[in-house]
Ligand binder design. Structure first.
Ligand SMILES: Nc1ncnc2c1ncn2[C@@H]1O[C@H](COP(=O)(O)OP(=O)(O)O)[C@@H](O)[C@H]1O
Ligand SMILES: [Mg+2]
Length: 279
């Protein structure tokens, strides 16, 4: 096995949470009420409190529209919360990514469901993966080249893929490229928003297995968003269940499956056949 190529939690005080959300709420714009008057806008997240520990994988599950992506985007600094606060490594996290230090921007990375829209189609894969190396580490072209090859190996892609364009590789491979780009930043916290949902089941399995290996090697913390309970069960340490913007239950995986407490979790598990395996 290749050695770990970085260790993001080295030196972090292990018992402290890496990330804490305290009463985070979110809403989008204002709705129009009767006669076009501004109505009350509904909160899509209500008072969400949650913590994530170094090296932990926390799955965030919930039906479509429950607010999962909104939560990830708020943590990533891509949109503001309407209330509450977020702490990261003991300090309050500025809401806007642009107001965060370069280190914070580097340490918190997000990967989206669809690599087709998150990768620049006009850039060769090597350039895409090399960008964070230039931005965050100021590596020279020669140093970047070497590192890009390491990263391609880390996500199990051949090194000559550096010369290809995104459309010249498969969907699963594109998601590996998105993963390599995120890893190039040497994150501590990786926000994964339905990253395997658009992939075939067998490809899902290989991307998840790869992510699991990388996580074990690096001690990365993952906020792993999925609507698929089987994937969450297989992959996460703890599961947080979001229902219409409210967190209804957070528990270690085995506990949640053995004795779900909240009626919504119970309904969710009843709908999920226990025999279902993700792959
Ligand atoms: N840009 C937006 N403008 C207005 N409403 C939005 C926007 N994005 C999401 N929403 C609404 O916020 C709620 C939560 O959406 P989202 O966070 O995408 O949920 P999920 O990822 O769980 O499917 C949904 O009701 C959705 O319609
Ligand atoms: Mg979503």
């Amino acid at each position: 096995m290749r050695p770990a190529f970085y260790s993001p939690n080295a030196g972090a005080p292990a018992p402290l949470p890496l990330l804490t959300l305290e009463g985070v709420s979110a809403r989008y714009g204002q709705t129009r009420g009767l006669l076009g008057r501004p109505g009350a806008s509904a909160d899509v997240l209500r008072q969400v409190s949650l913590s994530l520990h170094p090296g932990e994988t926390l799955a965030l599950v919930g039906e479509s529209g429950s607010g999962k992506s909104t939560l990830a985007r708020i943590v990533a600094g891509l949109q503001p919360a309407s209330g509450g606060r977020i702490c990261y490594r003991g300090g309050e996290l500025p809401a806007d990514a642009h107001k965060r230090s370069a280190d914070l921007r580097r340490e918190i990375q997000i990967i989206f469901q669809n690599p087709d829209s998150s990768l620049n189609r006009r850039h060769r894969i090597g350039r895409t993966i090399g960008r964070p190396l230039e931005l965050f580490f100021g590596l020279s072209a020669r140093e970047r080249e070497k590192r890009v090859i390491d990263l391609l190996h880390a996500v199990r892609l051949p090194e000559d893929y550096a010369w290809r364009y995104p459309e010249e590789v498969s969907g699963g491979e594109r998601q590996r490229v998105a993963l390599a780009r995120a890893l190039a930043a040497q994150p501590r916290l990786l926000l994964c928003d339905e990253i395997v949902s658009a992939l075939d089941v067998s490809v899902q399995a290989s991307v998840l297995a790869l992510l699991g290996t990388i996580k074990a090697q690096t001690g990365l913390s993952l906020l792993f968003i999925t609507h698929d309970l089987a994937v969450a069960r297989w992959f996460a340490d703890r599961i947080a269940v979001l229902y219409r913007g409210e967190l209804c239950e957070v528990a270690p995986v085995e506990e949640l499956f053995a004795a779900p407490r909240h009626p919504y979790t119970q309904a969710l598990l009843a709908a999920h056949r226990p025999s279902t395996r993700p792959f």
